[in-house]
Every structure is written in structure tokens, then in C-alpha cells.
Ligand binder design. Sequence first.
Ligand code: PLP
Length: 437
Amino acid sequence: MREPNDLSAFWMPFTDNRGFKAHPRMFVAAKDMHYTSASGHQVLDATGGLWCVNAGHSRDSIVKAVQASAATLDFAPTFQLAHPLAFEAASKLSMIMPEGLDRIFFANSGSEAVDSALKIALAYQRARGQGSRTRLIGRERGYHGVGFGGISVGGIVGNRRQFGTLLAGVDHLRHTHDLTRNAFSRGMPAHGAELADDLERIVALHGADTIAAVIVEPVAGSTGVLVPPVGYLRRLREICDRHDILLIFDEVITAFGRVGKATAAERFGVTPDIITMAKGLTNAAVPMGAVAVRREVHDTVIDNAAPGIELFHGYTYSAHPLAATAAIATLDLYREEGLFERAIELEDYWADAVHSLRGTKHVIDCRNVGLIGGIELEPRPGAPTKRAMEIFHRAFDEGLLIRVTGDIIALSPPLILTKAHIDEIFGILAKLIASVD
Ligand SMILES: Cc1ncc(COP(=O)(O)O)c(C=O)c1O
């Protein structure tokens, strides 16, 4: 007979289930910058949960709004019906998007936002009479969630190899990570704008009239904090324009202040046609994803459709009342507390702290932008990823939550952190990194 709370039934996502269940680490509460572990310890959150708790944990205004909403309207469909919160959330979100991207489609996660964006891109090409444009172009080392669309355009081998042939007609740009030229760059690396020209190679190979859209993360997170080289995103935009290809920025981790503005598009001054979001949209209090679409793309799909449903896509929980409420409360909180600006104010102090690890044993690169930090370690000979994973476990035991991906430590703290928190994070890390084999 199983214990009522034994660990076997929950098949944990992206987890070494056997390892975890032998040595479980659990959280039972969270407030502001800290988790409380099951053993009662406070754990400083240097990863914003999973890059999603941008305003800090369990914020009162969001909690209260969600509680009241749950007691008032548990659910209402948004297929051929709706509720006012859905429109309010969309309007509020559209107001902080780059100029022109003011049509919002709601999903429940980043993965769903990505698949929605890819489908919108295909529907747009078809609606404007360019139905031969069916190819989707991603990038090596890209992470776009786990739907079949997302893993097809994504460039992470481990996330693809168990799952067969994926979407047809996809191709990938080269990634921009180049330690030989750009190691220890502060902010955007100087070298690599020309890597955007790889899109010209793909256009020459397949023909522009077969390509619907290109999707990239402005800053890649899941493959270890890859900051775009100076000029790279602008060049990608220019090539997309030249060939009439839609450009999608996957901003699931970069939106909502992570790089000091509402979007990375705004921070880097490059406007895509479509932006995908999730995570910080609701401060992770309720799952939600969203796609912001350039009005002309939206209008083309709507205006060219036969009377009736224009886009045959949507989720039962698109704009769920609880999620819409959480989004409204979160966007208000960001504005009231000036949290996007706070990321800019702290950026230099943060960057100094990240780069203070240069020279520490094992560290082969430090990188940063906004309140994102990446520390790349030399892999242990014959045992890649093990060194970083050991640091992850030891940090947890010391009361610090970090995230590791491969041999890279990735940091993305809530934007409410203080300089004292930054000192604490890097004090612990410096000691731990130097102490492992
Ligand atoms: C850039 C990017 N896109 C998509 C996703 C997938 O989001 P979700 O896990 O909410 O499906 C993530 C998650 O980390 C992400 O970083």
C-alpha cells in the first residue's frame, strides 16, 4: 500500500526523478525574495522561481485580487462568449508592448504561446495569399517550450531526440555563442552581428517564398544566458524585412522588466512582428501565456476570413478569469513599484557582482544583461554538467536557489532584490564555485 503522500505518483517534469525521490528538496511557502523549505529553512531565490516571479513571491495585491476573483467568477468560456477581465488584461498588456503590437491572443504557458504564435504566422501567410510560406526557422540552442512546434524550431538536441520527426520544413540559424571572441563581455558582446546573415544562407537554400517566420529569443535563457551581439537583432530584422518574413521574438523570459524594460524588443530597439510571453505576465501566481501581434498581421487574418470564426485555434482556458485577474494585478504592481526601472537602476551593481567571479577557479565566462547573469564553468573532464549540478545542490543547502543548465549557472532574481541580496548571492557562489573539484 502506498503512503498517501508518497513520492511515486508524480512524474516530475524535466527532472532526474530517481535522484530527486532519493533526496527530495521541497518548498512549502514563499514570500518576497525567499522560499521556505520543507525543513523550515529560508532559501534566497536567485532565479525568480523559474524566471517567472519578477515582482517577488506571494505579493499581497496579487493574492487578494486572485482570491476575490476566484470567489466571484470561477470560469467563463472565451469561445463565442467572454468576461470583462479578458479584455481588460489584453488592453493593459497591449499598452506596454512596442508600438503596433496591440492585438493579444491568450494561452496558458510559454509553450502554448509559442505554438499559438507559429500558427498565427502560418495563418497570416495563407490569409494574404502566400500559402507557400510554410517553413518556420528557429536557431540552434533556442528554447521555445515543449509543444511540437516549440521543440521543432527549438535547437536543443536533448529536448528533441525522444520525439520522432517533429514538424516538417523547419530549419535553424547558427547560434551566437562564441567564447573565443566574446568571453567575459559586459552586457552585449561586441562580436557576432554577422551571424544574422546565416538567415540569408537559409533563404538562398529554401527560397524566401517558402519561409513564414523566424523565431528567436532576444536573450536565450534555457541554454545558458546568451546575450545577443551588438547589432545582431537589428540585422535579423533587416533580413526578414528584405524577404518579407515575419520575425517572432520569444520573450517568455525577457519580458516584464527582466532586461529593464517591458520587453527586450524595447530594450534593444528592435521591433518584431509577434512577441510571445508568459511567466512574469502574472508573476507566476496563475499560469498564463500571451502572444502580442502586430495589428496588420491580426487584421489580415480577420479581414480575409469568411464570415464566422477567423482563427481555428484557442484553449479552454485562454484568458481564464483567475489568470486575467493575476495579469491585471501584476501589471499594476510593476507600474506602481517601478520594477522595470529598478532593474535598470541595479544593472551596474549586478553586472559588477556577476563579473566579480572572473578569476574564480573553473569560471570560463561571466555574462549579464538587465537582471540576468550567466556564469559558465569548465566542464569536469569526462563528466559534463556534474560540477554545476553539485554547486546547485550545495547552494540549496546553504540557503540559495540558483538554476543550472549544462555547466552554466543562470541567475534571474525577482526585480525587488536589494544590493544586500546581490552581495549575499555572489558571496555564497564565489565560495561554492571555488570549493568544488
Ligand atoms: C524562451 C522560452 N520560451 C518558452 C518557454 C516555455 O514556457 P513554459 O514552460 O511556460 O511552457 C520558456 C520556458 O522557460 C522559455 O524560456
